[in-house]
Design a protein around this ligand. Structure first.
Ligand code: C5P
Length: 234
């Protein structure tokens, strides 16, 4: 267990349309402070949608998992720095130079943006990594990519909650760690394979948990969000 402050809740706004997204946010009210906007809504509605959500006083994690040559990613980060976004994801596999360039642009153009490196996607098994010629275990690869990303200037990491102990052990309490793959006790795990409860993730040192379906598909989403937040205080 680490001495983290209270862990925050980020809602994964995985809805098909703008209207559905706004409807669920209306229902959730102030049970939610943070919203994660992913590729689906961003590719459909773009920066205007990000501004629209921010105007409703939500804090935003833009989960675009950027991965391209350093120059291209740096230009994308420069555009995103003009938006009301506080967290942005990029792929650690894009390499330290890509992250260095992104961080340089962040320093020059945004006071509030923080960069989160995605290490190994939780959908990747060790067999799939071997197929990509990665010869070490998934956990070793996560630690390696995390180290390279943090050294290159990323402020934090996105990882499975099961990786929290090893990451906190190696990197201490400084890096911001955001964990999806969260399921409250008794809820459907869907296709997520390696999950943790909100309280266990908070105690293992997560700064923010990302939760989608356990809130979005609950009979009473606002109550589900309130109950999850209650679990995060310890
Ligand atoms: O519905 P659920 O709680 O499983 O949603 C989790 C969210 O976190 C989704 O938006 C998913 O894309 C994202 N995510 C994930 N695993 C990762 C990275 C992101 O589940 N490794």
């Amino acid at each position: 267990m680490t001495n983290q402050k209270d862990c925050g809740l980020i809602l994964a706004l995985d809805m098909e349309t703008r209207e559905e997204a706004l409807e669920i946010l209306d229902h959730l009210g102030d049970s939610i402070e943070w919203v994660k906007i992913g590729l689906q809504l961003f590719t459909a509605y773009g920066p205007d949608f990000v501004r629209e959500i921010a105007e409703r006083n939500y804090r935003i994690f833009l989960d675009l998992k950027l991965h391209d040559i350093p120059n291209t990613v740096a230009k994308a980060v420069r555009s995103i720095a003009q938006l009301p976004v506080e967290l942005l994801s990029l792929h650690a596999a894009g390499g330290p130079e890509m992250i260095e360039w992104a961080n340089q642009v962040r320093l020059e153009h945004s006071q509030q943006l923080r960069l989160l490196a995605v290490t190994v996607l939780t959908s990747m098994s060790s067999e799939q990594l071997q197929a990509l010629n990665v010869k070490v275990s998934a956990e070793e690869q996560v630690l390696h990519l995390a180290k390279k990303s943090l050294e290159a200037g990323a402020q934090g990491l996105v990882c499975s909650p099961l990786e929290l102990p090893a990451l906190r052990d190696q990197f201490g309490s400084d890096p911001l760690i955001v964990t999806p793959g969260i399921r409250p006790q008794g809820s459907d795990i869907n296709e997520q394979k390696r999950v943790m409860t909100p309280s266990a993730a908070a105690q293992a040192g997560s700064n923010y948990i990302v939760v989608g379906r356990p809130i979005l598909q609950a009979n009473n989403p606002a109550l589900a969000a309130i109950n999850i937040r209650a679990e995060l205080k310890f």
